[in-house]
Write a protein that binds this ligand. Structure first.
Ligand code: PLP
Length: 431
């Protein structure tokens, strides 16, 4: 099929995620045929720097030889088997490897429960926390505290703890009741826990940075304060490392910046190097032990999916962790984080249409000055960037950069200069 035929067929049969379909019908979006390193190629042979790691997940770029080989090798063994009543080597090895790199401190994550996307990993953590209290005889702890502007996914349970009104308010009648705390404000969380602590099963937070809110940064010490408050009020702490995990903030997990170990931690996105859908909820032994009992007690955790712990995805994830070790990904990242900060300060900050730059590690949000909603300025910036050969994504009028950790200094420079030029062109406001 030609590109034109593919576009026509796409418009006829597809319904894209998070997309106003009426507008989509008028767009000539690239149709991506292949990827190599940090570059994507469309069906017309145009090359684009992948400035957002697909959807914040391809941490080592595309077609990494070691991950390709691991998936192929697993394909020669078995592509899928259930984990109900069976187990398989990649699931076992990956769990051990994940626990070995998980944050450590005053407690330890010792158990891995698989699923296949970030939303379900969070939903599992919520259900585990709820059931854990119930099994302890604490029937009153049925509510969850979440942060304003938080994003934990799109399934009904994860939407229930979502604080982005545009995505979440519409669905309120379907959702369970939560308690919303001001983002990054430990005093507000304490106020809520003082008033409702006995009803709360868990607090769920994105650590240090709230990605989907537009890369909002929490004040230093906030995550540690959440940990202390959770312990003080007998509440479990769920940390959602779906976006921040696997090196994105410069450490393997964002929790490490504050020496915090949660009771439950969800990971997805970068887990398989962005290759295949896989997620995991990590739990402490204390949480796990709550689910042990005699058969007739039914302390089973009632949850599981057809593709829970898919072997191909686990093999990709093991290979991705190997790449972190073999290539010293995190050590190589540190100077590139400094470079990204310098490039943003040099090329983007001076633009008159840039209101703020928020960044942690390789997560950056460039907030534009105020434009009318119908201008769709964030979107127009991404179109201008695309014409110049880079893929970036807007969150409203915040332009997000989330490069693969493997991006070279030269590519990083190109990505930032293209983004600056695209902002100047689209907004019509040069430096
Ligand atoms: N949690 C956070 C912090 C996220 O950023 C996302 C996705 O962007 C999710 C959860 C949902 O993950 P998924 O899209 O894999 O369901």
């Amino acid at each position: 099929m030609t590109t034109a035929e593919l576009r026509a067929a796409d418009r006829e049969v597809l319904w894209h995620p998070f997309t106003q379909q009426q507008g989509w019908q008028a767009e000539d979006a690239p149709i991506i045929e292949r990827g190599e390193g940090c570059t994507l190629y469309d069906t017309d042979g145009n090359a684009y720097l992948d400035g957002v790691s697909s959807l914040w997940c391809t941490v080592h770029g595309h077609r990494h030889p070691a991950i390709d080989a691991a998936v192929r090798a697993q394909l020669d063994r078995v592509a899928h088997t259930t984990m109900l009543g069976l187990s398989h080597p990649p699931a076992i090895e990956l769990a051990r490897r994940l626990l070995a790199v998980a944050p450590r401190g005053d407690r330890e994550l010792t158990r891995v429960f698989y699923s296949d996307n970030g939303s379900t990993a969070n939903e599992i953590a919520l259900k585990m926390a709820f059931q854990w209290h119930k099994l302890r005889g604490d029937e009153a702890r049925t509510r969850f505290v979440y942060l304003d502007m938080s994003y934990h996914g799109d399934t009904v349970g994860s939407v229930s703890v979502g604080g982005i009104d545009l995505f979440h308010t519409l669905f309120r009648p379907l959702l369970f009741d939560g308690l919303r705390a001001a983002a990054g404000d430990a005093a507000d969380l304490e106020r809520i826990l003082r008033a409702h602590g006995d009803e709360v099963a868990a607090v769920i937070v994105e650590p240090l940075v709230q990605g989907a809110a537009g890369i909002l940064l929490q004040p230093e010490g906030y995550l540690r304060a959440v940990r202390e408050l959770c312990d003080r009020f007998g509440v479990l702490m769920i940390v959602d490392e779906v976006a921040t995990g696997f090196g994105r903030t410069g450490t393997m997990f964002a929790c490490e910046h504050e020496g915090v170990v949660p009771d439950l931690m969800s990971v997805a996105k970068g887990l398989t190097g962005g290759y295949l859908p896989l997620a995991a909820t990590l739990a402490t032994e204390r949480v796990y032990e709550g689910f042990l009992g005699e058969f007739h007690e039914f302390r089973t955790f009632f949850h599981g999916h057809t593709y829970t712990g898919n072997p191909l995805a686990c093999a990709a994830a093991i290979a991705s962790l190997d790449v972190f070790e073999d290539e010293g990904t995190l050590a190589a990242l540190a100077p590139k984080i400094d470079l990204l900060a310098e490039l943003l300060a040099e090329h983007v900050a001076p633009l008159a249409s840039v209101a703020a730059i928020r960044r942690l590690g390789f997560m950056a949000g460039i907030e534009l000055t105020e434009f009318a909603l119908q201008d769709r300025m964030g979107h127009r910036v991404t179109l201008a960037a695309r014409r110049r050969g880079a893929i970036v994504r807007p969150l409203g009028d915040v332009v997000v950069l989330m490069p693969p950790l493997s991006m070279s200094p030269r590519e990083l420079t190109r990505l930032v200069t293209i983004t600056a030029a695209a902002i100047a062109e689209a907004t019509g406001v040069p430096a």
